[in-house]
Design a protein. Structure first.
Length: 71
């Protein structure tokens, strides 16, 4: 979980922990699923009524293989 939280690569985590890359991928996926389920259950207030909020689309959209924009 420590390496996942630090966004350590799968290769580095594999080398340090001494487990297979498939195991690390499964761990990372499990941690992501846990966080996602918690976020979906939690009500988040992002703004107040009457205020304008901007969302940076670069946070929501990533380029696939660094080739242009994929929506």
């Amino acid at each position: 979980m420590y390496f996942w939280a630090l966004e350590t690569s799968i290769v580095q985590t594999t080398n340090y922990a001494g487990v297979s890359s498939a195991t690390v991928v499964q761990w990372y996926q499990n941690f992501q699923d846990i966080c996602l389920s918690k976020l979906l259950r939690t009500l988040a207030v992002l703004s107040e009524v009457g205020k304008i909020m901007q969302i940076d689309e670069s946070v929501m959209v990533k380029a696939k293989y660094h080739r242009g924009r994929q929506l």
